[in-house]
Design a protein. Sequence first.
Lengths: 248, 101
Amino acid sequence: MDTGQNQKLTDTEKLREIPTWVRKYAQNRTIPFLVSMAIFLLLFAAISIPSYLGGRAYLSGNMPALGICIFSLVIACVALFFFSVPKWGGKLIEKISRRLYGDEGVTTLPPPARIKKYRWVGGVAGLVFASCVVGSVQLGMLGFIPIEYMQPVSALYVVPFLVFLIIWQRPMISLLSLLWPILYALHAILVVMGVPIQFSGKWTSLNMLIPVAGYGILCGLLGHLYSRYALKKLKEAANFKEVATDGD
Amino acid sequence: MEIDRIVHEPARLRIMMLLSGVDEADFNFLLATLSLSRGNLSRHMEKLELAGYIKVNKTFKGKIPNTTYQLAKKGNKALIQYWEELDILRRTGRNAANPKT
């Protein structure tokens, strides 16, 4: 064995860390998730602001302003439809993410076999989740659920759904993302306990937006930071002074 | 014992170790992580492909060509065998240096 030229046996232990760090890095590439959350927030603003202003314009009889609001709403709804179709929205998110990752390149983890084998499970879970969302919103609008308890009630289905989604997609997704449902559950518990963390008046919508998007973005940012650390460790493990220059 | 020289080369060993941890990685990722030159990485990838150790998938992302690599079953087997042989050599070397232990 020609160890002198190619490989020092004592250096090889570091190399065994490469698969671990590359996996951790790939699991925590959260930029696509952060981009989709940013788009979600933009769409939320694009729908809620014209709706609110349009209502006020209608009440004050300002028809040109109402027209502008309706036009903005139509554009926002078209954008929402565009992003809801994975073929279009997914492509755009991928394009933005690639640009943000720059020269870093792309690496992916294999989707677990169960996702392909039991595709219907994901569909059923999504359907149950959507039904719960529609049901709780309806109950809230009918006055059966007080507005201040909407978040704790939603936690009853959001938390299990998020936990399921993360476990279902393991090992593609890092366990760090479990922080999202944990924070969501903690928020709900604090609200039920009467801790004053609720917004009121025109900021009421933040009571749902912060746990849904805020905690999601927080977890996405933490994941991104961890991916930076994993990449650093990966480069340390893979770093070496090259001896051969001709590929031999 | 004959160590697999395709795997034993430092750059190729790192490439294979990296690919063993993920489903696939593109050329830019390997380039940025392994700090190799484009030409050198290309040559290593060609050698690994010729040996049947990796699978190459060439596509286009819009108008930009995109090449991704996967560790083939043969490559995975070769990598496992390489580490086993290296461990045996290590133990043999250690025993030879310290016959009492």
